[in-house]
Write a protein that binds this ligand. Structure first.
Ligand code: PEP
Ligand code: MG
Length: 846
C-alpha cells in the first residue's frame, strides 16, 4: 500500500499487521494530501486526525496534552517514492511548559533537553524561522558555559535556551501544534529541495506525501531503557546470528553520531534477558517476512521493546555471499534470487589479502573489525593530506570519527581507523561499501592532531611510521605485517557453481604465465582468451633479446635474436598447453608498443649530457633514435610489425606448433587459437595468413602430427569494427580489444588520459564513468554492435569474445551479453566477478 500510505507508513503498517511491536500510530494518506492541495482546506482531515489521536490515547494509556503520562508524537513525511532527507519531520510534538515541568521532576536534564529540541524543530520546520537564529543562541550559551558539545549543557543552560527560543517562537497548545505540523509536512512536498530532487530524479510531482503520526518512545528514561541497532545476521561475515550494538539510557542519535561507543548486543542478554529474547524472535520474523537480512532500529522504553524501523541491511561482499547461499539452503529464497543479490564487482574485495595470523605481530591496539581485509600504509590524520600523499605512498587514515566531508580522503586511503564509533558509524558503513579495510572504536589510541602524532600507551608514532590494520580482526599492528591471500569460501564456491547453470557467456582468462593460468583455472576459467606474448618477454633476462630484435639493423641480426626468442617461447607454450589441457589457449602474436620495450631516449640523452656515453651506449642511443616513434600507441605494433617483418610472426607460430606437438605427444590435448592484433584492414590478414599457415603445415608434416588450430583477429580499431564482415571471412574468431578500441574511438591516450584530464571529466560529470573501466555503450558499444552484426552475417560460425579490461567489469559484461558476445576474457582475479555478472545478465533478460 505504498502509494496510499507512503513508503514509511506502509512499512510500519505492515510490521504492525504481522505482530511486530511498533510504537502505535496512524497515517494520513497521500490521497488526503492531494485533496488538501486541491481544496486548501485541512479541517475535515484534522477532525479525523483528532479521532485517531483519541484511539492512540486508548491504546497507550497516555494523554495528548496531559500533564501526567503525556502522549508525545512524531509527525513525519512519507512519500510513495523514497526522497531521503528532502521533506520534514517533527519530533516530541505535544510538549508544553506544564508537561515539561512535570517531566522534569523525574529527569530534569532530559525534560529540558527534549523541550529545547522540540521548540527548535517546531520553530524551523513548522513556523519557518531560520535555523541560524537558533544556532546563534546555542553558540552564545555554549560560550557562556565554556563547553563544546550539546550534551555538556547544564540544566540551567537548557532552561535558558528554552526561554531564549520562546522569544522567537510561540508554542501553541498541543492540538494546534498537531494541526500546524500536519500542514507543514504536507507543504514540505512542495519545498524547493523536494521539487529539485524530483526534477533531477525524474520523479512525478503529483503524488503527494503521507503523514505518519506515531507515539514517541524514549530510550533515555533510565537504565531500564535504551536504544540500538541490530542486524539479523552478521554483516561482516554473514554468520546466522543477531549482531549489533546498543546503549542503555540513550537516544538513537547517540549511536549514529558515534559520540558514545555502544556495547555489543550480547550484553543486552545480561541487562534485560526477556527483551533480548524478544528482540531475537522479532529479528527472525522480520527477516523471514522481508526475505532478506534486515537492519533494525529499536528502542527499549522501561523494559518494553519497540521496533522503529527495518530495512535491508548493508553487508560486506563476504557476508552477502554467505547470506544468499544460506538463505537458499534455509528455503527462504531460490538460486536465481541468490545470484541476483550479490554485487558482482564486489567479489574482488574478497580476494583481498589478510594478515598472516601465524606470524609474530606487534599488535599495539585493538578496535572493532568494521570492514574486512588487511591494509598497510603510513599514518595520516587528515583527508586532504590523504588525498595528496596517496599519489605517492600508501596511506592509513586515522580520525577520531569521520563525516561525509572526509570521503575524498577515505577513498584514497588503503585503510581507515577511527577512535570512536561502532559498527554502524559513518566510517564503518562507508568503508564497507568501498571495500576498504576499516577498524573503529580503538579507544587506547589518542590522536594529537596539532603535533600530528598518534599516541599509543605513551608511545608516539608519526607520519612516517608504517602501520598494518586488520579489518577482519580489528588489530592495529606496528610495521608491515606479512599478508596472505585468502581462498574461496565454501559458500562462494557454491554460488559460482550455481552461476554456471544460468550464464550463456563463456568466461575465459587473460593470462600470460603458468602461474596466472593455474590461478585462472582455480577460479573457473574455461580457457585462456588472451595470452599476450609480448608480456612473456618482459622478464629481465628476456628484455635484452627483445630489444636486440626490435633494434636489429638487418634481417640476419633479427633472425639471430628471433632464434633465441623462439626457444623461450616453445618452453612457455608447452607449459601453458599442459596446464590448459583440453581448453582453448588463445595466443596473441606479438603486439609491442615500442615505448614499453625500449629504454627511454630522453633518459639516455640525459645520461649523455651528465657523464658522456661509452661506445655501446652511443650505439644504443642511435638505434633508439632510429626506431622510436612520436606516437607509439598508434605506431609500428601488432600485425603492422609482421607485414614488414613476417619472420617475427612466423617464428611465433612455429613455436606454437612445436609446443603443441610436444604436448600432444606427451598425452595432452592442446587447443591453440592464434590471434592477430591491431588489425585495421582485411588485407593485412590476407598478406600474412598464408605464410603463417604454410609454416605451421610444414612443421606438422615434418613431425607427422596434426594439430587443430583456429586463427582469428582482434577488433581494436574502429575501421576493423566497421569492416568486421570482411575480417570475419578470414577468421574463425574475433575478439574485441576494448582497451585500444576505447583509446581509438575517443582518441584518448590509454597512458595519459587518466592523469591529465579524464579524472576531471568524471569529477565534473562530463562523463559518467571512466570509459576505460566501463564500456561506453553509445560509442564503443555501437561499434561493437555493428561489428557483431556484420561478422555474423558474413560467417555464421564465428566465435566472438571480449578481452579488454571491460571483460571483468559487471556492467560491461551485461552489455556484452545483450549484444551477442559469446565469451568474456579477463584477468584471473576477476573471473569470479565475470561468472557472476554473466549469470546475472542471463537471468536479467529471461
Ligand atoms: C585491448 O586493446 O583491449 C587488448 C586486450 O590489448 P592490449 O591491452 O594488450 O592492448
Ligand atoms: Mg590492444
Amino acid at each position: 500500500m505504498k502509494d496510499l500510505l507512503g513508503n514509511k507508513g506502509a512499512q510500519l503498517a505492515e510490521m504492525s499487521r504481522i505482530g511486530i511491536p511498533v510504537p502505535p500510530g496512524f497515517i494520513i494518506t497521500t490521497e488526503a494530501c492531494r485533496d488538501y492541495f486541491k481544496s486548501g482546506d485541512l479541517n475535515e482531515i484534522f477532525e479525523e486526525a483528532k479521532k485517531a489521536v483519541r484511539k492512540l490515547e486508548e491504546k497507550t494509556g497516555k494523554k495528548f496534552g496531559g500533564r501526567e503520562n503525556p502522549l508525545l508524537v512524531s509527525v513525519r513525511s512519507g512519500a510513495p517514492i523514497s526522497m531521503p532527507g528532502m521533506m520534514d519531520t517533527i519530533l516530541n510534538l505535544g510538549l508544553t511548559d506544564e508537561i515539561v515541568e512535570e517531566m522534569a521532576e523525574k529527569n530534569e536534564w532530559f525534560a529540558y533537553d527534549t523541550y529545547r529540541r522540540f521548540i527548535q524543530m517546531f520553530g524551523e520546520i513548522v513556523v519557518g524561522i531560520e535555523g541560524a537564529k537558533f544556532e546563534e543562541i546555542i553558540e552564545r550559551e555554549k560560550e557562556k558555559e565554556g563547553i563544546k558539545l550539546d550534551q555538556e549543557f547544564s540544566v540551567n543552560a537548557l532552561k535558558e535556551l528554552v526561554q531564549e527560543f520562546k522569544k522567537i517562537v510561540d508554542i501553541p497548545e498541543p492540538e494546534k501544534q498537531l494541526y500546524m505540523a500536519i500542514k507543514a509536512v504536507f507543504n514540505s512536498w512542495n519545498n524547493e529541495r523536494a521539487i529539485h530532487y524530483r526534477k533531477i530524479n525524474r520523479l512525478p510531482d503529483d503524488l503527494g506525501t503521507g503523514v505518519v503520526i506515531q507515539t514517541m518512545v524514549f530510550g533515555n528514561l533510565g537504565n531500564d531503557s535504551g536504544t540500538g541497532i541490530v542486524f539479523t545476521r552478521n554483516p561482516a561475515n554473514g554468520e546466522n546470528e543477531i549482531y549489533g550494538e546498543f546503549l542503555l539510557n540513550a537516544q538513537g542519535e547517540d549511536i549514529v553520531s558515534g559520540k558514545r561507543t555502544p556495547v555489543p548486543i550480547e550484553k543486552l542478554k545480561e541487562a534485560m534477558p526477556h527483551v533480548y529474547d524478544e528482540l531475537k524472535k522479532v529479528a527472525k520474523k522480520l527477516e523471514r517476512h522481508y526475505r532478506d537480512m534486515q537492519d533494525i532500529e529499536f528502542t527499549i522504553e522501561r523494559k518494553k521493546l519497540y521496533i522503529l524501523q527495518t530495512r535491508t541491511g548493508k553487508r560486506t561482499a563476504r557476508a552477502a555471499i554467505k547470506i544468499a547461499v544460506d538463505m537458499v539452503e534455509e528455503g527462504i529464497i531460490n538460486k536465481r534470487e541468490a545470484i541476483m543479490r550479490v554485487d558482482a564487482n564486489s567479489l574482488q574485495q574478497l580476494l583481498h589479502k589478510q594478515v598472516d595470523e601465524r606470524a609474530k605481530l606487534d599488535i599495539i591496539a585493538r578496535g572493532r573489525p568494521a570492514s574486512p581485509g588487511a591494509a598497510i600504509g603510513k599514518i595520516c590524520f587528515s583527508p586532504d593530506e590523504a588525498e595528496r600523499r596517496s599519489e605517492e605512498e600508501s596511506i592509513i587514515l586515522f580520525r577520531v570519527e569521520t563525516s561525509p566531508d572526509d570521503i575524498h580522503g577515505i577513498v584514497k586511503s588503503k585503510g581507515v581507523v577511527t577512535i570512536k564509533g561502532g559498527m554502524t558509524s559513518h566510517a564503518a558503513v562507508v568503508s564497507r561499501g568501498l571495500g576498504i579495510p576499516c577498524v573503529v572504536g580503538v579507544e587506547n589510541i589518542k590522536i594529537d592532531e596539532e603535533k600530528e602524532l598518534l599516541i599509543v600507551d605513551g608511545k608516539k608514532l608519526g607520519k612516517n611510521d608504517v602501520i598494518t590494520i586488520d579489518g577482519t580482526t580489528g588489530n592495529i599492528i606496528l610495521g608491515e605485517a606479512p599478508l596472505i591471500e585468502t581462498g574461496f569460501s565454501k559458500e562462494l564456491k557454491k554460488l559460482l557453481k550455481w552461476t554456471d547453470e544460468y550464464r550463456k557467456m563463456k568466461v575465459m582468462a587473460n593470462a600470460d604465465t603458468p602461474h596466472d593460468a593455474k590461478k585462472a583455472l582455480e577460479f573457473g576459467a574455461e580457457g585462456i582468451g588472451l595470452g599476450r606474448t609480448e608480456h612473456m618477454f618482459l622478464q629481465a633476462n628476456r628484455l635484452p633479446v627483445v630489444r636486440e630484435m626490435i633494434l636489429a639493423e638487418s634481417k640476419k641480426d633479427r633472425m639471430k635474436a628471433l632464434k633465441k626468442l623462439k626457444e623461450m617461447q616453445i618452453n612457455d607454450f608447452i607449459q601453458l598447453f599442459k596446464i590448459m589441457n583440453g581448453k582453448p589457449l588463445t595466443i596473441r602474436l606479438l603486439d609491442p608498443p615500442l615505448h614499453e620495450f625500449l629504454p627511454s631516449y630522453e633518459e639516455i640523452m640525459e645520461e649523455a649530457i651528465e657523464k658522456g656515453l661509452d661506445e655501446e651506449k652511443q650505439k644504443l642511443l642511435e638505434n633508439v633514435k632510429r626506431v622510436r616513434e612520436a606516437n607509439p600507441m598508434l605506431g609500428h605494433r601488432g600485425i603492422r610489425l609482421a607485414i614488414v617483418y613476417p619472420e617475427i610472426y612466423i617464428m611465433q607460430v612455429e613455436a606454437i606448433m612445436k609446443a603443441a606437438i610436444k604436448a600432444k605427444k606427451e598425452g595432452y590435448e592442446p587447443i591453440p587459437w592464434i590471434e592477430l592484433p591491431m588489425v585495421s584492414h582485411v588485407n593485412e590478414i590476407k598478406a600474412i595468413k598464408r605464410k603463417l599457415q604454410k609454416a605451421m603445415e610444414k612443421i606438422m608434416e615434418n613431425e607427422g602430427v596434426k594439430i587443430e588450430y583456429k586463427m582469428g583477429a582482434m577488433i581494436e580499431l574502429p575501421r576493423a569494427a566497421l569492416t568486421a564482415d570482411e575480417i570475419a571471412m578470414e577468421c574463425d574468431f574475433i575478439s574485441f580489444g576494448t582497451n585500444d578500441l576505447t583509446q581509438t574511438t575517443f582518441g584518448f591516450s590509454r597512458d595519459d588520459a587518466e592523469g591529465k584530464f579524464l579524472r576531471y571529466y568524471i569529477q565534473n560529470h562530463v562523463l559518467q564513468d571512466d570509459p576505460f573501466e566501463t564500456i561506453d555503450e553509445k560509442g564503443v558499444g555501437e561499434l561493437m554492435k555493428i561489428a557483431i552484426e556484420k561478422a555474423k552475417k558474413a560467417n555464421k560460425a564465428i566465435h566472438i569474445s571480449i578481452c579488454g579490461e571491460h571483460g571483468g567489469e559487471a556492467k560491461s559484461i551485461k552489455f556484452c551479453n545483450s549484444i551477442g558476445v559469446d565469451a568474456t576474457s579477463c584477468s584471473p582475479f576477476r573471473i569470479p566477478t565475470a561468472r557472476l555478472a554473466a549469470a546475472q545478465a542471463a537471468i536479467g533478460i529471461q
